[in-house]
Design a protein around this ligand. Structure first.
Ligand SMILES: [Zn+2]
Length: 423
């Protein structure tokens, strides 16, 4: 349904002016309040009971679709995370996590305090269904009831939020991780309540390294310490999952050291891309192409974006600053990523700095000679690349910190050479 239809619905139900209802609805939706909850809130404001006219249907989780207005379902609580959001100018504590039964699992958001914990089997009555990124999600609001289920709900899914860092995904709530803090700084930010101190750093376990923010600095979170972080949430930050510790999280110092290898985990490219973004990873593959926009480029002095034909996408006509960059497509047979090399790494593979590149471009009267030189050097060769992988609408990009010609497997190299000779 469109905003207009929802407003029409409400206005006729409540017998009030549609324009007024629509304004209220719009401002609630801007705060990411789900539409059914927003409508209930407006009904209450106009003296209604906030009830939805639809009768809930009893459903197994596999059968819940966004078309069900509201459902009643009997489930096992897998996880429960706590977070506060600002809602109509007030901070409101919400709970989020996953329910499951023997047919599937579903994410939920509870807008009220309900009495359930991970592991409990419960019947959730009259929960609203909304769609989030193509999947149905349950919203538990003022009209929802929660009661203990008659018997334990069987489910193939694991109860609890314990995860390895490599398994965390943006959108995860109520997760628990055991990590070593490898890097940490105290920062002052301009938050929603003015200047706030936060901790910002990197955590690691045996499986991966990820950026961390502690929004409510805990004394136990300090560089070098091994800690158990319970009830953390994960969001995407610059294309990779970030661990977020809040005032609702529990931080306990561990009496063991969580091993955090210095090296980044080595993954197949396909596997890494499927993981959906990794903060620090090592990939090995052949450079199959150096993309346009490599070599000698110009950046906007205001925002750093690449300038094309003297135009910045945000700042229009600008006098660009010269820079060096490589965008190299890396392929290992399981998938491809674009490795992005900054100024220094590009200078290394080019064999000269910005001034050398400008001289070469002037001599040839063509900037493209710089990219061509780089192409000649690296296309067809195998590289080991370490960096931060982001996967989003711009594709899979690996922001390279190391870019080294691979000498990993001399036997394979010899076989390749022999195959070349025999050809
Ligand atoms: Zn700009």
């Amino acid at each position: 349904m469109q905003l207009d239809d929802h407003a029409e619905d409400l206005a006729s139900d409540l017998g009030v002016d549609k324009a007024e209802v629509k304004d209220d609805l719009q401002s609630l939706l801007e705060y990411n309040v789900p539409v059914e909850e927003a409508k209930a809130s407006i009904r209450r404001k106009h003296g209604g009971d906030g009830g939805s006219s639809a009768t809930p249907t009893t459903r197994s989780l596999a059968d819940v679709t966004p078309d069900d207005g509201s459902v009643t379902t009997t489930v096992r609580v897998l996880t429960k995370g706590t977070r506060s959001i600002r809602y109509q100018g007030e901070d409101r504590v919400i709970r989020e996590g996953e329910f499951a039964d023997d047919t599937g699992r579903i994410s939920y958001t509870a807008w009220e305090e309900f009495d359930f914990e991970p592991g409990d089997s419960i019947t959730v009555g009259n929960a609203n269904v909304r769609e989030w990124e193509g999947n149905p999600e349950l919203n538990l609001g003022t009209n929802t009831t929660v009661a203990a289920a008659g018997e334990a709900v069987e489910t193939p899914y694991e109860v609890g939020g314990d995860r390895d860092l490599i398994d965390l995904e943006p959108g995860d709530r109520g997760r628990t991780v055991e990590v070593t803090v490898v890097d940490l700084e105290r920062r002052t930010i301009d938050g929603r309540d003015g200047e706030t101190e936060i901790l910002s750093g990197v955590v690691a376990d045996e499986s991966a390294r990820l950026p961390l923010t502690d929004w409510d600095p805990h004394a136990e979170v300090e560089a070098g310490s091994s800690v158990r972080l319970s009830d953390v949430y994960v969001r995407e930050y610059r294309g990779v999952p970030q661990v977020n510790v809040t005032e609702y999280s529990t931080v306990e110092r561990l009496d063991r050291t969580v091993e955090a290898p210095d090296t980044a985990p080595r993954l197949d490219i396909g596997e890494a891309v499927d993981a959906g973004g990794l903060f620090d990873v090592e990939l090995v593959g052949n450079v199959i192409q150096v993309r346009d926009g490599s070599g000698l480029i110009e950046r906007c002095p205001d925002c750093g974006r690449v300038v094309q034909n003297g135009q910045c996408r945000s700042h229009g006509d600008v006098e660009g600053d010269d820079d060096l960059r490589v965008k190299a497509i890396l392929d290992d047979g399981t998938g491809t990523v674009t490795a992005v090399l900054g100024t220094d790494l590009t200078a290394e593979v080019y064999g000269g700095g910005i001034e050398d590149a400008k001289t070469a471009a002037r001599d040839a009267m063509d900037k493209e000679v710089v990219a061509d030189t780089i192409r000649d050097r690296i296309v067809g060769r195998e590289y080991r690349v370490r960096g931060s992988l982001s996967v989003d609408e711009y594709g899979a990009n690996l922001d390279a910190e190391e870019f080294v010609e691979s000498a990993d497997d001399p036997a394979a190299r010899a076989r390749e050479l022999l195959a070349g000779v025999a050809r």
